[in-house]
Write a protein that binds this ligand. Structure first.
Ligand SMILES: N[C@@H](CCC(=O)N[C@@H](CS)C(=O)NCC(=O)O)C(=O)O
Length: 215
């Protein structure tokens, strides 16, 4: 059995973070593709609490939750560091990663999936959250500086999914004139070969989000 296995789905933005981190660090791994709503017995065994992907299994030890897995990868394989050396900068990257998952992601999804007043409130919240992130990126090519780092991988779902959400909802989420720095980052990030080669097929993502929108 492979030393490193990654349980994921074709579309999971959380799992993509792990694919990208493993590839950036040149770590060989096997992918176990789950097909939800049917969850494999192995996934339920390895992540009995949340029953979600991604799960990284290293030498038969399972690790769940994408941010925890990223930290595990960073501590286990030191080459091509993803976090900065300086403790204050590391803390800042972790702060914005948490903000991205707890605030930004949810406000953006609510702004396209909800209706009425809830949607209007979510749009305002998403815009404010995007402004915070745009500010963080000022003067930098990537959140990690000149090269991709931890926070780029955590926020990478935007480069993958914003244009899909815009197409399926018919709404603008990140207008270039409003968020020029983030817009450029999404393009630059998507063009990095390791990132580009691992993006899920666009047509499959469109179908998935159209179905979500209708549901
Ligand atoms: N906080 C988790 C979120 C993982 C997550 O939501 N995974 C989704 C796929 S994108 C999942 O496995 N959903 C299955 C379910 O909710 O039953 C992480 O960062 O890993």
């Amino acid at each position: 059995m492979a030393e490193v296995r990654l349980f994921r789905t074709f579309s999971s933005p959380f799992a993509l973070r792990i694919v990208w981190a493993l590839k950036l660090k040149s770590i060989e791994f096997d992918t176990v593709l789950e097909d939800f709503p049917h969850k494999s017995a192995e996934l339920l065994k390895y992540n009995p609490v949340h029953k979600k992907v991604p799960v990284l299994v290293h030498n038969e030890k399972p690790i769940s939750e994408s941010l925890v897995i990223l930290e595990y990868i960073e501590e286990t394989w030191k080459e091509t560091p993803l976090l900065p050396d300086d403790p204050a900068e590391r803390a800042t990257a972790r702060f914005w990663a948490k903000f991205g998952d707890e605030k930004l992601l949810s406000s953006i999804f609510r702004s396209v999936l909800r209706k009425g007043i809830e949607q209007e409130e979510a749009k305002l919240e998403a815009r404010r959250n995007l402004e915070y992130v745009e500010e963080q990126l000022q003067g930098k090519r990537f959140f990690g500086g000149e090269t991709i780092g931890f926070l780029d991988l955590v926020l990478g779902w935007m480069a993958n999914l914003i244009s899909i959400l815009e197409e399926t909802s018919g709404q603008d989420i990140i207008k270039e004139e409003q968020f020029p720095v983030l817009s450029k980052w999404m393009k630059d990030f998507s063009e990095v070969p390791v990132i580009k080669e691992s993006m899920p097929p666009r047509d499959k993502l469109i179908s998935k989000f159209q179905a979500m929108q209708q549901a």
